[in-house]
Ligand binder design. Structure first.
Ligand code: 8IG
Length: 276
């Protein structure tokens, strides 16, 4: 069977195979915590030091080959020391999005693999648009809850999972003890790849949304359904459509991510040892 055939046939079996491959490659039987680094967050991971292991994601079962030649996602393993504690972090640089049209399975394969690899906690990061007018570009916001506007779930069948505490209250409290200025918000999942119209942003604000982006929600659901505790952190990299009257552009997003990388890295490094 090809590398991704199993992913569509039996996604959980593919995640188990991938986890076994990662254990073998890294020599680490069980990882503790997973981080998915979205756009704007990739250099924040430098705060964790040098990785103990790195490979191209598509060398692992179920991970798609890069959409753009030479731009593969990476899988890394880090050993984080805090006093006498040793924490093993499994880090995914980059993710697959629903708008790529490959289905929901590749979108959640990283987090399923992470849970099968032993991770009890999954940290999901993303860059997003700010709907809440109090938010500023470059500000991190904890996801308190979400609204899914994609009509797509990673789960199939009579699997009625409770999502009341999807974004762990326990973990949000720990992050706020590390940075008391950090705000919480409701994230809307929008399929993309177009950004919203100004009218759609008005609709989302009326629904009670603060943030909008094209990721994270399926991963949070898939991780939670397998029993992991989830933290979602959004970096506001642009005001959502119609909020400022400016047009949205991808360069602005990249620049805001670069500018915030050091402080986001420091936040993650400070928080991770307190979670386990
Ligand atoms: I970065 O304004 C980023 N991702 N849907 N809307 C949506 N996704 C985004 C946005 C945005 N900014």
């Amino acid at each position: 069977m090809s590398n991704t055939e199993l992913l569509y046939k039996d996604p959980l079996a593919a995640a188990q195979v991938a986890a076994d491959e990662i254990a073998k490659r890294t020599g680490i039987a069980s990882h503790d915590i997973a981080l998915v680094m979205g756009s704007g967050w990739v250099s924040a991971v430098d705060a964790l030091g040098a990785p103990a292991y790195e490979c191209d994601a598509d060398e692992i079962t179920g991970f798609l080959p890069p959409a753009v030649e030479g731009h593969s996602g990476k899988v890394r393993s880090y050993e984080i020391h805090d006093g006498s504690k040793k924490i093993r972090a499994l880090v995914f640089l980059g993710r697959t999005h629903l708008y790529e049209g490959k289905g929901i399975e590749p979108v959640v394969h990283s987090v399923r693999t992470a849970v099968k690899a032993g991770c009890k906690i999954v940290i999901l990061t993303n860059a997003c648009g700010g709907i809440n007018k109090d938010y500023r570009v470059g500000q991190p916001v904890l996801i308190r809850d979400h609204i899914s506007l994609t009509a797509t779930s990673p789960l199939i069948g009579a699997h009625f999972v409770d999502l009341t505490d999807l974004y762990s209250k326990r973990i949000r409290a720990i992050v706020k003890s590390e940075d008391s200025s950090i705000q919480e918000g409701v994230y809307v999942h929008w399929r993309g790849p177009t950004y919203e119209t100004p009218a759609e942003i008005l609709m989302m604000r009326a629904m009670g949304a603060d943030l909008v982006g094209m990721s994270t929600v399926p991963e949070a659901i898939a991780a939670h359904a397998l029993g992991a505790e989830v933290l979602g952190i959004s970096l506001v990299t642009n005001a959502a459509a119609g909020v400022t009257g400016e047009k949205l552009n991808h360069e602005e997003v990249i620049a805001a991510g670069k500018a915030a990388a050091d402080s986001m890295g420091a936040l993650l490094k400070g928080v991770i040892p307190k979670l386990l």
